[in-house]
Design a protein around this ligand. Structure first.
Ligand code: HEM
Length: 170
């Protein structure tokens, strides 16, 4: 139990927190919006999770035959779900490539969906809320201090580094 919480809960959250800082560094208007409404911190994190999708894919097994959009998946069949693509599907999202705190985030699948959706998502949101509300009190501006570099990985949309400079209030 502890092992599954640690393996599923560390890298995902590290890259999710990096994603939200990267998002704000590139969208100063959204940082101003968060500073005006720090209670939106969890929404901001969810929007970053939708926009960057730290977990890009998941590979569940069908426990019974199922038909999806006209395709029959047999019992025991593997399904590769592209969460990152679903989170930017134009059929669901207006201007999907934009990081936007004002959007309705219902139905994003950054934490999966259904019975096995992420069991630790509230812990991740709590961590993000603590970080973002503390920064919102103290930081006027966040900007990139260099080139953000990816860490290539088949499942995670991971970062090697996201150098940011913060400008304190006052
Ligand atoms: C930004 C942070 C996180 C992201 C993006 C994320 C994403 C995901 C996704 C996409 C799934 C698969 C859901 C599905 O099959 O439909 C999942 C499952 C899971 N996550 Fe997370 N997760 C995060 C943080 C955490 C944390 C902090 C913990 C633990 C404290 C955790 C523990 C788990 C576990 C145990 C599962 C398996 C649940 C099951 O199969 O019933 N995750 N997560």
């Amino acid at each position: 139990m502890v092992r599954s919480l640690l393996t599923a809960g560390v890298d995902t959250t590290v890259h999710g927190l990096a994603a939200v800082l990267y998002a704000f560094a590139g969208h100063p208007d959204q940082w101003r919006a968060l500073r005006e409404r720090p209670q939106s911190a969890r929404i901001a994190f969810d929007e970053a999770v939708r926009w960057q999708s730290p977990v890009q894919t998941f590979f569940p097994t069908a426990t019974t035959e199922v038909r999806i959009a006209g395709t029959v998946i047999p019992e025991g069949g593997k399904i590769l779900m592209f969460l990152g693509a679903a989170n930017r599907a134009p059929a669901r999202w207006t201007d999907p490539d934009r990081f936007d705190l004002s959007r309705d985030l219902s139905g994003h699948v950054g934490f999966g969906m259904g019975l096995h959706q992420c069991v630790g998502q509230h812990v991740a949101r709590l961590e993000a809320e603590a970080l973002l509300t503390a920064l919102a009190r103290r930081v006027d501006r966040i900007e990139l201090a260099g080139t953000a570099r990816r860490h290539p990985n088949n499942t995670l949309r991971a970062w090697h580094s996201v150098p940011v400079r913060v400008h304190p209030v006052g």
